[in-house]
Design a protein around this ligand. Structure first.
Ligand code: PHB
Length: 398
């Protein structure tokens, strides 16, 4: 073979090689919307950290040549117009193939019509109002619903208390928590002696707590968004003297978010909640998750339920990418999401209910305790196994 022919062959092979590499090297863009400022502005980074940790640990599980790019955006808190604008830009300008994230219900609802129109699968990592998933066939939820925690909590509370007061944030997840708890508590023979809805952003809880104190209930059931608002609840509960008066504080686990326990301090001790995730759970999958988080980021903050919701969202997304060998078809993606399962989530076994595209998971009864100098949500018992969203179960909603 002459020299020139050899060069030509080498060049041709190189060109073919490059073309082949280009054909298989594809990047799947995923839009992630969360709050990096405003209410719960500290949660966006937690969710992103969980997703990036997953991506780092599971890059090897992607089909050869497939890469994932996460485009993160700040919705600035419960601001639906902002969330809608961000989703629109991600879909139209950045051409993302999937959307994920979203802490707040109003934001998820604002995005729903866009993902329906554009056929962009939307994997919800937090927003917890039951009806969200009914608003688009392109939504699947990997997080939780308030009904899932508050309904079993109502049943448990009815066995321990006669008179309860409810206090919830004045928006979707608050209404769900109130309705779910009230229904189960009354069915179990309990009496609701007062209920109040408080502003979502920065309410002064003291006057509300004073009214509760005057009513002398056995228990106060509270839902507010996890984070600084829950810490404000806890402080007011202590300051107004409800804890000293022997009123038991109960609720979904949002009010004793793992990340806020150190800010809350002793007043949180003994608070009892129902929830799907505790950082302190001793399941091996959780131990491994917390260890990986600790190694990557340290334990201030510890990974909380928003971290696990985000980790599991990525697990569901990597599953649909693998099953489609890197070629994302929206309808095929939704079919796959409907049958998504993970026996080994840090929170225990999870799956998506194919009829509703909503999460199915265990609910644990937990109590805040101090162990070796750390405040934790100690899981006491499993009060619901493979719990489907009770609101959909009771109302036949899809
Ligand atoms: C919601 O807006 O759906 C939401 C926000 C924070 C929570 C739970 C639910 O802790």
């Amino acid at each position: 073979m002459g020299f020139h022919r050899k060069i030509w062959l080498a060049a041709t092979l190189l060109a073919f090689g490059l073309a082949a590499a280009q054909a298989s090297a594809q990047t799947i863009k995923i839009g992630m919307i969360s709050s990096y400022s405003g209410l719960n502005g500290d949660i966006g980074p937690v969710m992103e950290k969980a997703m990036r940790l997953y991506m780092q640990e599971h890059a090897k599980d992607l089909p050869p040549g497939v890469k994932v790019e996460l485009l993160t955006r700040d919705d600035t808190g419960p601001v639906p117009d902002k969330a809608k604008q961000l989703a629109q830009d991600l879909i139209i300008r950045d051409k993302v193939q999937l959307l994920t994230g979203v802490i707040f219900t109003p934001n998820a609802l604002a995005i729903a019509p866009l993902v329906t129109e554009a056929k962009v699968p939307f994997v919800i990592s937090n927003a917890g109002t039951s009806m969200i998933t009914t608003k688009s066939p392109y939504i699947a939820r990997v997080s939780f619903t308030l009904w899932q925690s508050s309904y079993p909590m109502g049943g448990w509370a009815a066995k321990h208390f006669k008179r309860a007061y409810t206090m919830v944030s004045d928006y979707g997840p608050g209404y769900d928590a109130e309705e779910a708890f009230t229904k189960a508590f009354k069915t179990g023979g309990g009496e609701i002696v007062g209920s109040v809805r408080v502003p979502v952003i920065s309410p002064d809880f003291a006057p509300f707590m004073q009214r509760v104190k005057d009513t002398k209930p056995d228990a106060l059931f509270v839902f507010v968004p996890a984070g600084a608002t829950a810490t404000a609840v806890m402080k007011a509960f202590g300051d107004v003297g409800l804890k000293a008066a022997g009123v038991k504080l109960i609720g979904p686990g949002d009010i004793t978010d793992d990340q806020e326990l150190d800010n809350m301090g002793d007043v949180a001790l003994g608070v009892t909640t129902a929830f799907h995730y505790s950082e302190a759970a001793d399941r091996p999958a959780n131990k491994a998750f917390v260890a990986a988080w600790s190694k990557a980021y340290g334990l201030k903050p510890v990974p909380n339920f928003t971290a696990v919701g985000s980790w599991d969202s990525m697990d569901a997304i990597y599953y649909v990418i693998r099953e489609q060998k890197g070629k994302i078809d929206p309808d095929k993606t939704m079919e796959l999401l409907k049958n998504y399962k993970n026996a080994n989530s840090p929170r225990g076994p999870i799956s998506i209910d194919p009829n509703t595209r909503d999460i199915v998971q265990n609910e644990y009864l937990r109590e805040v305790r101090k162990v070796n100098g750390h405040y934790i949500n100690a899981e006491i018992e499993t009060i619901g196994t493979a719990v489907k969203d009770p609101w959909k179960e009771l109302n036949g909603a899809k």
